[in-house]
Design a protein around this ligand. Sequence first.
Ligand code: URA
Length: 250
Amino acid sequence: MEASFSICSVAQRLLKSPAMEEKPDITKAVRQHAQIDEFFTGGFAVRGEDKAAGELEKLADEVRQCRGCPLGSVRTNAVPGEGNPNARIMFVGEAPGADEDAQGRPFVGRAGQLLDKVIAACGLKRSDIFIGNILKCRPPENRDPRPDEIISCLPYLQRQIEIIDPEVIVALGAHAARTLLDTNKSIGQLRGQFHEYYAGLGRPPIKLMATYHTAYLLRNYSPDNRRKVWEDMKKVLAELNLPIPKQAAH
Ligand code: URA
C-alpha cells in the first residue's frame, strides 16, 4: 500500500470523525495505521519488544566490532547504548566520557547520575527509556566530536531510532540536537519547543525536544538552568500523556 494513500485515507477518516473534529493528530494516526499494516502483513510471530531487542543486540555487536573511524582504536569499550527496546522516550547524548568508556555503558559518570535524577523526577526509571549517543566511542580528553566521526557513527544511532521508533527523542545538548536536526542553531534557540526528526521516507516524523546536557548543567548549575530543563521535560511528559509528578512540579 502506498504511504501517501495510507496517510490520506487516515487523515480523511479522522477529519470526518466527529469526536476528532477539533484537532486531529495526524502523526499518531499514521503511526497507528503503520502498526496495523505491519500486523496484517506478517512479522507477528516474533513481535514488538523481542524482535526489537534482538535487532538492537545485533547492532550493539556491530558497534563493538566497529573500526569505522580512528576512535575505534583508542577506546577501551564502545558504548552502543542501552535501555528499553520498546521505549516511548529515547535520550540522545553526545559521546561517552571516561566512565562510560571504562564500563561500556552510557551515562554512568557524574552527568549520568544527574540524568538519573532527571529521569526519576519525571516518574520514570532507566528501564522505561533508551539512552544512546551520537558517537559510540570516547573522543580523547572528551574533546568535541569531529564531523568525520559523526558521519561515520551516525548510521548506528539512526538504526537504533528506526528499531525503537520512540514517540519522543530528547536531545541532550547542542551536539545531539544540531546533529539530529541538521542545523547550526544554538541549544538556547533549539530548546523548549518540539522539532521533528525524520527517520526515513514513509515514516511519520518523531517529535524531538532539545534540552541542556546534564554535563552542562553540572558546570553551570543555577535555578534558572535547572528550571529550563524541567520545563522541557514537562512538555515531553505532557506530549506522552504521562502524569507530571507532584514533588517535582516546581
Ligand atoms: N555524556 C554523554 O553525552 N554521553 C554519555 O554517555 C556520557 C556523558
